[in-house]
Ligand binder design. Structure first.
Ligand SMILES: NC(=O)c1ccc[n+]([C@@H]2O[C@H](COP(=O)([O-])OP(=O)(O)OC[C@H]3O[C@@H](n4cnc5c(N)ncnc54)[C@H](OP(=O)(O)O)[C@@H]3O)[C@@H](O)[C@H]2O)c1
Length: 261
């Protein structure tokens, strides 16, 4: 398939106030895409907009909570108004939680599922009519290595990312006749604010992001997935090793993960 050119492509990026989403937004702007960026923290979005302006790019921003249907509807209206439509939706916003399932409240599961699963799914539902009339339309979902192999003490997060992958696979086939591509990037541990904004996690459970990828590196791979229309990409040697170990030797992988939890 021919490579996708990002020049003048109209893109909606969620979770653009920090980490991977912020870098994806910057890299898209540098390639000439017309971007609408969203997250809750307006000051972070304004800072990014200012940085883009200094570089000569026009970034559109709209702050709000993606778990709210009203904000999702406002984003679609803004894409129509400011971009004149939509070619690419990047479902990147997300949050994690760490700690044993048996010690967690049901609220933790619901919060994680709201932001990591229901929010991108319902935003996509609203964006579909715009994407149908877009130029070479695509949905890029940011999953995780944990969309492919679950680990202990992250049960809610693994469940949400597995759900995202299952939904993406189904949607990919359903939307093929409408020529809307469904792509997925599955990063491994990334040095972002992710581990500072965990849902209902006590400080003893916070994990390290040492030896991990930078958001710039992950964003570069996200751009590559889009340009090359790669249906699915798993990042990092360690991430791929975990996924393949889990597929080929599931019982041994369980035992090793159990020992290091
Ligand atoms: N970091 C990792 O190790 C890692 C590994 C694999 C996959 N991922 C995935 O990569 C994606 C990006 O994560 P990151 O590492 O860049 O983390 P991050 O720096 O914490 O960024 C998360 C983004 O999501 C936004 N967000 C969170 N809750 C939101 C809500 N309710 N409404 C609107 N926006 C919300 C945050 O913005 P506001 O707080 O301003 O709303 C922020 O912009 C996530 O889907 C994550 O699951 C991360």
């Amino acid at each position: 398939m021919a490579r996708r050119t990002l020049q003048a492509t109209r893109v909606l990026v969620t979770g653009a106030s920090s980490g991977i989403g912020r870098e994806i937004t910057l890299q898209l702007c540098k390639r000439g895409a017309r971007v609408l960026a969203t997250a809750r923290r307006i000051e972070r979005l304004s800072e990014l907009q200012e940085q883009c302006k200094q570089l000569g790019y026009d970034l559109h921003i709209l702050s709000g909570d993606l778990t709210q249907q009203q904000h999702r509807e406002a984003l679609v209206a803004e894409a129509k108004l400011k971009l004149g439509g939509l070619d690419v939706l990047i479902n990147n916003a997300g949050a994690g939680a760490i700690g044993p399932f048996c010690e967690a409240t049901s609220e933790r599961l619901r919060t994680v599922m709201e932001i990591d699963f229901f929010a991108p799914v319902e935003l996509t539902r609203l964006c579909l009519p715009l994407l149908e009339t877009g130029n070479r339309p695509a949905i890029l979902n940011i999953g995780s290595v944990l969309s492919h192999r679950a680990v202990p003490n992250k049960s809610e997060y693994c469940a949400s990312k597995f759900a995202m992958r299952g939904w993406s696979e189904s949607l990919r086939v359903e939307l093929a006749s409408k020529k809307i591509e469904v792509l997925m990037l599955s990063p491994s541990t990334t040095r972002s604010e992710f581990f500072d904004s965990l849902v209902e996690t006590d400080s003893n459970q916070r994990s390290q992001s040492l030896g991990s990828m930078s958001p710039e590196q992950v964003a570069k791979q996200a751009i590559s997935v889009l340009v090359r229309s790669k249906r699915e990409m798993i990042l990092s040697v360690g991430g791929k090793a975990l996924v393949w170990a889990g597929r080929l030797f599931p019982a041994i992988t369980d035992r090793i993960l159990g020992r290091f939890q």
